[in-house]
Design a binder for this molecule. Structure first.
Ligand SMILES: *Cc1c(COP(=O)(O)O)cnc(C)c1O
Length: 450
């Protein structure tokens, strides 16, 4: 069979409110051409993010009812701890309200002025938390990560030679830990190979530097390793994930991605002293160590989510459905970051709208076009998001796919709308900023069309 069907049946549905092109024109204008300002009910297919947008399973909803709301020693926590111990081998785990809380606690403990944090590519909040502590965040992706057409199988890999050069330059003592983000979100949801994690581990062992994973999409990464890395064809995603975690001294995780829940995070730490300090910080700012700012029911749903996410049928469907959208866009002539990543398709907006100069935000123009054409909400990742101080390599439009939410016909609809927009791309107009705050301007900026 060629078709990979959704490996679930639908038990509860949420209506989508259809809109006409005329209504969307009015909605877009009232939202000042910023799709973050559009109400969700005015969106037909919402591809703004894959974070916290997963559909939960019937077993997860059962967990919501089972949730033990005891302040200390909740059974839900012990279920979570048990499932994570089986999955990762870690016994010291802390729940947090989301990934960035784990990052804040970690970097408060190990960061600080003069410190340098290497990563294949920091996610925005990881960078922001490292920098907030006073440390410098350095991205060391392999050169292929910057080439949208490179079909390197592990475009998320860390550049090992660049890492060695950095350590030589700044000195081992200024590096409190090395971080690897799986999958690499910033470069398009691209995987990191087991060999690359082992190579970084070898450097860490030689210099006695801890290795941490930003493991938000560890299961998607494990699936890519199974598909693409020789020697792993016959390993289950669960075994591969375990091997990845065994190479690490700790991990920060947003459960809003591969935890298959709408809120939650984790901090895993092997070192006993550091773990004790993290517990104190958690109690001070998030909550007691057996709930970390979440409800007991959230912990239960999260535990079940981490058990389900490594199921081969789920991962095969997940990665294939993202790839399917990527293939359809490429066939329509639309340049995307190749090969498709695990959680999103990234359109190259300069290729899509070559007549719009970068200072007139081609990515934002494509985002507005997708909304007009099909009520599809995407996210600009380019000059609008990064702002004038940090010019990005590329002008991208991200179509992030929520987990278990949309079916193949929804994805077909997205591909059709994108192809229709591409066919009349000459009509896309540049965008001008009318008003914007100094930081994180993409969330609230007001634009107009030229
Ligand atoms: C989402 C994400 C985070 C932050 O997690 P939140 O739950 O949004 O705070 C960190 N790193 C990566 C790679 C992410 O994708």
């Amino acid at each position: 069979m060629k078709t990979i069907i959704e490996p679930f049946r639908v038990k509860s549905v949420e209506p989508i409110r259809m809109t006409t092109a005329v209504q969307r024109e009015d909605i877009l204008r009232r939202a000042h051409f910023n799709t973050f300002l559009i109400h969700a009910q005015d969106v037909i297919i919402d591809l703004l993010t894959d974070s916290g947008t997963s559909a939960m399973s019937s077993e997860q909803w059962a967990g919501i009812m089972r949730g033990d709301e005891s302040y200390a020693g909740s059974q839900s926590f012990f279920r979570l701890q048990h499932i994570l111990h089986e999955l990762t081998g870690f016994s010291q785990i802390l729940p947090t309200h989301q990934g960035r809380a784990s990052e804040r606690i970690l970097f408060e403990l190990v960061g600080g002025k003069g410190k340098v944090i290497p990563n294949n590519a920091h996610f925005d909040t990881t960078r922001a938390n490292a920098e907030h502590s006073g440390a410098e965040a350095v991205d060391l992706a392999i050169p292929e990560a910057h080439d949208p057409r490179s079909r390197h199988p592990f475009k998320g890999n860390m550049d090992i030679a660049a890492l060695e050069r950095l350590i030589d330059k700044v000195g081992r003592d200024r590096i409190p830990l090395i971080m690897i983000t799986v999958t690499n979100n910033t470069s398009g949801g691209q995987p990191v190979s087991m060999q690359n994690i082992r190579d970084v581990r070898r450097i860490c062992d030689r210099l006695n530097i801890p290795l941490y994973l930003d493991a938000c999409r560890f299961a998607e990464n494990a699936w890519f390793i199974r598909q693409r890395e020789p020697g792993f064809e016959n390993h289950s995603p669960r075994e591969i994930a375990k091997q990845m975690f065994e190479l690490a001294d700790g991990a920060t995780i947003s459960a809003k991605k591969d935890g298959l829940v709408n809120i939650g995070g984790l901090l895993l730490i092997r070192d006993h002293d550091l773990f004790r300090k993290a517990c104190n910080s958690l109690i001070l700012t998030e909550g007691y160590v057996t709930y970390g700012g979440l409800a007991g029911r959230d912990l239960d749903a999260m535990a079940q989510g981490f058990a389900e996410v490594v199921e081969p049928d789920y991962l095969s469907y997940r990665v294939r459905s993202v790839e399917y959208l990527g293939e359809k866009l490429l066939r329509a002539g639309i340049q995307i970051i190749e090969p498709p990543g695990g959680h999103a398709i990234y359109i190259d907006a300069r290729h899509f709208a070559p007549h719009i100069p970068r200072e007139h935000f081609p990515g934002q123009a494509v985002v507005c076009g997708l909304y007009r054409t099909g009520g599809i909400r995407a996210c600009e990742i380019g000059s609008v998001m990064f702002g004038p101080s940090r010019r990005p390599d590329m002008e991208l439009v991200r179509l992030a796919i929520p987990r278990r939410v949309y079916t193949q016909s929804h994805i077909d609809y997205v591909a059709e709308a994108a192809a229709a927009l591409f066919a009349k791309r000459d009509e896309l107009r540049g965008i001008r900023i009318v008003e914007a705050p100094d930081v994180l301007r993409h969330f609230t900026a007001k634009f107009e069309e030229m």
